[in-house]
Each structure stands twice: as C-alpha cells, then as structure tokens.
Design a protein around this ligand. Structure first.
Ligand code: ACM
Length: 530
C-alpha cells in the first residue's frame, strides 16, 4: 500500500516536473533576454501564417516556417498577407525596431505569435526559436497525432554576440554529397550559425570543378583517404549549395588550401611542381616531369606548389577568378597552414601575392593562423587553430581573428579514449570541454574587439558517412553555437556554466532524435527521453 503510494507520489512529482520545464528555459543558443508570461499559444489546424509585406524574402521565411511545421502537425498553415487575427502567427519587418542584421523580437500570448525583425535574416533566426519553443515532436518528418502544439507565452529579445558563427567541413579527405552538405546546412540553421566554410581541396582530393584547369577534378578528384572513389562538385552543384545556404542566411566560404596541402593539384598538373624528373615511358621515349601520385594517406606537410614559377600564379588567378564568380560571399579562404615543404622565404611572398590576387577579384581573404607571419592585406582574417601567437601577430597588424582552437572547436577530435571515430592529436574534446570556455578569456592578448567570430571545424580523415558527421558534430555544435551567439548564460563575462547548460542540452536530445540525427549520447548529459 505504502509502496504504491510512494510510486504514485513520485510519478506525480515526476510528471509535474516534466510539465514545469518550459521550452522558454531550454533554448540553445540562450537568447539575450527572455521574459516568461502566463499561459500559452496553441497552434491549431486553423492557424494561419500572416505576413504584412510583399517582400519576397519575408515570404520565403514564411514558406520555410510553414514547411517545417506542416510535416509534423499535418495542418495546412496557409500563408496570407494582412494583419493577424486570433490564433495566427505574424511575421513582420519593422526597420524602426533597430534589432540589427540578425536580431529579432518574439512576443507570444494566448492569442498570437508575433515575430518582428529589422531584416529578413533576423526573421529567419527567430523562426528557429519558434521551432525550439514547440514540443520536440515538431521536428518529426511525419504527422504526430495527439500532440498539443503549444508555445509558452513570453517575450524574447535576441541578437548575436559575434558576426561570424561558422562550421567548416573537409570534403577532401573524404568526399560528401550535395545532399550531405545540405543536411548539415539545415542543422547549422537550427542553431543560428551563419558561415559554412567548405574545405574543397587538400592533398587527398580536389573537389570543385575549375573549367580552365579540368584535370584538377578529372585526376585530382578521383580518390580519397583509404583509396576508395572520390568525387567532386560541378560548378552548378556548388551554386545550388550556395543558394540553399543563402536561403538559410548562411554565407559559403570556399577554401582552396595553398601552397601546402596541394598534392591532388600537383598530381593533376605536374608543371605546378618545382623539381622535374625524367620519366622513361619506353626506350628512347623520355619525358622530364615530376608526377607525384594521388595520395590516400592522412599525413600532412609534404606538398607545395612551386612558388617561383609564373604558371603557379596563373593557376591561382584562374582558380580564384572562377570561384569568385560563383561565390556571393565576401571572403575566400586561401588555407596557408602546415606548409612545411615550402621554405619560409618562398611562403612569405607567395601569401602576399595570393592576397593581392584575391583582392583583384573583389574578395577578402581568410587564412589559417600561419598567414599572420606575412604582411596581411587590410581586411584579411586569420583563423586561429593551433598557434595563438600567430593570432597576436595578426592583431598587431590590425587584423581580426576567427577562433577555432583545436582543443575546443575541432569536431574531428574524439570525445574520449573509447570513441571509435576521430583523432586526438590536440585533445579529447568531451561535450563539457567544447562548451565550458569563452573566447574573451581564451588567450591573453586576444580580446573581444579582436575576435570577428568563431568556427567549429570537422576534418574528415576518419569521417566517411553522414552518420559519422552527425556523431562528431552533435552534440558539440550547439555548445559552440551558443558561445558564438549568446552572452555567457550566467551573466558573468567570459564564463560558461556547464551545469546549467547541460540541462538545456539534455532537452535537445528528443529534438535531435526527431530530426534523425545520430548524436553521441555523452554520459555527462542527463538526456531527457520523450
Ligand atoms: C589545420 O588543422 N591544419 C588548419
């Protein structure tokens, strides 16, 4: 008797606790300000999405929201212009609100949901908040009957802390399809990221069609780590990804890594190598050239473009020109890391010349932190991954940095010694370690005003499938997204409260599951089951 009472009591307590966790308290990234109110809004089959403008970008944000909500609710959710009536969701631009490029305001009461922003990008970010305020089942691809689609009442004011909140994917070590990339862009959008850095070339593969140098992909794209078939994107496919990203207010930054990490290009075009050798094709038929073979291992630092040849700069100019033509974003990434096979006296003028080539095609440069030992062009960004001292050299030249410290933000680092995927040359990076740090206190001499943004990086030496990507990206990416978007949740500048964050992250487990994401179920997180 007593036992039954205790069980009943505990289960009532448990269900009460469950009721009490408002989605207003589990948002990632945590908004700049949240004020809860009494009651909630109910999304029903008569809900309409109202837009007060004919601006096409507002319509497409409304279309995106409707598409996300229709699959799981099964409701029609028509999009109509005009003022909102009872039970509707209103999406509106209001330039007077001065919410910044990506900021938004969300007001929810029992009668309406009103999402306001100064720019369409802000509306898009706010839509992600609406998704997270609904029950996790909203992310299901099929209709979830008997779910109460409620949004808790309250007011949110929100805007990002950093302008650049990125994710890099290496498609060179292993190649990933356009569909894989789009899926990742969807996941990034959910956590309000805005930069997709696409690592398109490396020793193991050249992955983007360059029409004036066709062998880059014909030869250089053939294989990947381990020797299986590689692949590449046509320029049409590249443009389709850029369009998909743009619709999610994500800027694509393509990277062509040079002068090192270039074996695939050197194998495709022997004239880009410095030294020549004599190849005996048949008796009396000799050709002088150096032809490194395609490379399918995971070593680094052995390849270099020949920095003293004119043809190298013709090559760089053609590649940069073709990429600039199909890239609407302001930046191109020129790599510059781990060029151990390039003498310093060759590396310095090479990076200077390449920066000028990029500028001549109307773009700004991002380079890995090593580029900071050269003279940087105004507006060049240094991406600090290994050496904070290089970041400081960039800052001393008046440049800003993007922080991607490998010990915190490299998503290819294993979680712990039992992880089947990943490497650990920088560190094991558990979910708490990925989250519990702050850019402003990471290194003395790199202050808030020096930091343009943050970027997570997924190198793919050990990553072969979409499921592998899921497993390494989640659940670390939401933590990085929060560091980029939100002021520290406990209000102390530069600090991150893991104990508070892990509870919010736990509530994202059912959301990730509903999205079909095969995430790492870290034991450090008290995952919520729904
Ligand atoms: C890098 O990880 N080599 C930038």
């Amino acid at each position: 008797m007593r036992k039954i009472f205790v069980i009943a009591f505990v289960s009532v307590l448990f269900s009460c606790q469950k009721e009490k966790t408002s989605t207003l308290t589990t948002l990632i990234p945590v908004p700049q300000s949240v004020a809860a109110d009494k009651g909630s809004f109910k999304l029903t089959e008569s809900t309409k999405i109202k837009i007060e403008t004919s601006v096409e970008m507002v319509q497409s944000v409304a279309n995106y929201l409707a598409a996300k909500l229709r699959s799981s609710t099964g409701y029609a959710l028509p999009i109509e212009s005009g003022a909102a009536s009872q039970g509707d969701i209103l999406i509106q631009l209001d330039a007077k609100k001065e919410l910044g490029k990506e900021g938004y305001e969300l007001k929810v009461d029992e009668t309406q949901v009103v999402l306001t922003a100064s720019n369409p990008a802000g509306l898009f970010r706010g839509v992600q908040t609406i998704r997270q305020l609904l029950p996790a089942a909203i992310e299901s691809a099929s209709v979830q009957a008997n779910t109460k689609w409620t949004i808790p009442a309250g007011t949110i004011h929100d805007f990002p802390n950093y302008a650049w909140r990125g994710l890099m994917l290496d498609v060179s070590r292993h190649f990933f399809s356009v569909e894989d990339v789009k899926r990742l862009l969807d996941q990034m959008a959910y956590y309000k990221l805005n930069v997709f850095h696409w690592h398109l070339s490396d020793d193991q593969g050249w992955r983007i069609e360059i029409k004036s140098w066709p062998k880059l992909t014909e030869v250089g794209g053939q294989t990947q780590v381990g020797g299986k078939k590689g692949g590449f994107y046509t320029q049409e496919q590249y443009k389709a990804v850029v369009k998909y990203a743009t619709e999610r207010y994500i800027t694509v930054i393509p990277e062509i890594d040079m002068p090192g990490h270039t074996n695939a290009a050197l194998a495709a075009y022997p004239e880009l190598n410095c030294s020549e050798q004599t190849l005996q094709l048949s008796p009396g038929n000799e050709v002088k050239r150096k032809v490194p073979g395609l490379y399918t291992g995971i070593g680094v630092g052995f390849s270099t473009l020949c920095t003293s040849k004119d043809v190298t700069y013709k090559f760089v100019d053609d590649v940069v020109r073709e990429l600039a033509e199909i890239t609407p974003g302001e930046y191109l990434h020129i790599g510059g890391d781990e060029s151990h096979a390039t003498k310093k006296e060759d590396y310095m003028p090479f990076v200077s010349k390449v920066q000028k080539i990029v500028a001549s095609h109307g773009k700004k440069v991002v380079g890995w932190d090593e580029v900071a030992i050269t003279t940087l062009e105004p507006n060049t960004l240094a991406q600090v991954w290994a050496n904070a001292e290089n970041g400081k050299l960039a800052i001393a030249q008046g440049a800003q940095v993007i922080l991607s410290p490998a010990k915190k933000m490299y998503l290819d680092m294993s979680y712990d010694s039992t992880s089947k995927l990943g490497l650990h040359w920088a560190a094991y990076v558990e979910v708490d370690s990925a989250y519990a740090w702050d850019p402003t206190t990471w290194k003395k001499g790199i202050a808030r005003e020096n930091i343009f943004g943050l970027e997570s990086a997924l190198w793919s030496e050990t990553i072969e499938t979409q499921q592998d990507i899921d497993y390494m990206v989640f659940p670390r990416l939401p933590g990085h997204a929060e560091i980029g978007w939100s002021a520290a949740a406990d209000g102390k500048p530069g600090s991150r409260n893991w104990e508070e964050y892990k509870i919010r992250l736990a509530h994202h487990g059912p959301r990730l599951e509903a999205m079909g994401i095969h995430f790492y179920q870290s034991k450090l997180v008290p995952w919520v089951k729904e």
